[in-house]
Design a protein around this ligand. Sequence first.
Ligand code: SAM
Length: 319
Amino acid sequence: MKGEKLQLHIPVALDRCIALLTPALARNSEPILIDATLGMGGHTKALLESFPSLRVIAFDRDTSAIAVAKETLGDLSNRVTIIHAVYDQIASTLEELSVTSVDGVLFDLGVSSMQLDEAERGFAYSQEAPLDMRMDQSTGSSALDILNSYSRSDLIQVIRTYGEEKFAPRIVDNIIVARESGRLKSTKDLAEIVKESIPAPARRTGGNPAKRTFQALRIEVNQELEVLERALPQALNALSVGGRIVVMAYQSLEDKIVKKAFAAITQSGTPLGLPIDLPNSAAKFNFVLRGSEGASDVEIAANSRAGSMRLRCVERVAA
Ligand SMILES: C[S@@+](CC[C@H](N)C(=O)[O-])C[C@H]1O[C@@H](n2cnc3c(N)ncnc32)[C@H](O)[C@@H]1O
């Protein structure tokens, strides 16, 4: 089964990531890359094969992803330092490893196809499973813990903000009835509650109505937006001059955080109207891509997950 999963895994925008990172990695005889989201190791493996002296510091908060990545990497893993941690530990990890700067950083955000395929993880609304949704199953509250313990207003806030769900109050009222009667245990129970809460005309558009509520809970369970906000400055700070960062986001809330962080660091601190940058106020980063890029139609046809991907890239140009 594991072999089958390895074969099925297609790293998103692989050639594009390699092309964007190449100028940063090729200028150094012993380049270092941070893969903040190792997953099944697809991107890291291809980068190690492309750059024979590359070393990778790879993070993943999911021990089962790490186990699969080790299999994928085989002998290449002797050039990889794998860290089982949330990627907002980049700064402290580099300090522990005595690494002062890196040449490239890759973030391939969100859950992996493996996590979605493993029904028992509870990420998929279409498969019966306990409501877990933790990327790191060794720590933290599950989705069911959150559904059972949050107040009505906190649940509405989570589902409205992270799911961009306009029927959040109706969904939460039904969640509260179900949790009090012991009818809320599995992914199927939640998917059913969401379906019952959404008026029939609204159910006919926009795919499965449970999608938005599941996304919201997953974000809350894993604190996905907060950790990304903390991690990006650490990753940018770790880059040497000439180093590049590539981020792929699959939902708009994450992409907005990346867009905002990149806009801020590519802006000069010199007041508008002055002909040249004041000393120390020139931007330290330049856009490699203006705006964002999606996957090609050919890739999306082969891998539907790539359809929602937005890729952004900046380069450090000053210390
Ligand atoms: C989309 S997959 C990465 C796939 C990978 N690029 C590949 O080619 O196999 C995202 C991975 O990042 C991990 N992940 C997501 N958020 C994380 C975080 N905040 N800290 C550490 N790992 C995270 C997930 O557990 C998952 O394994």
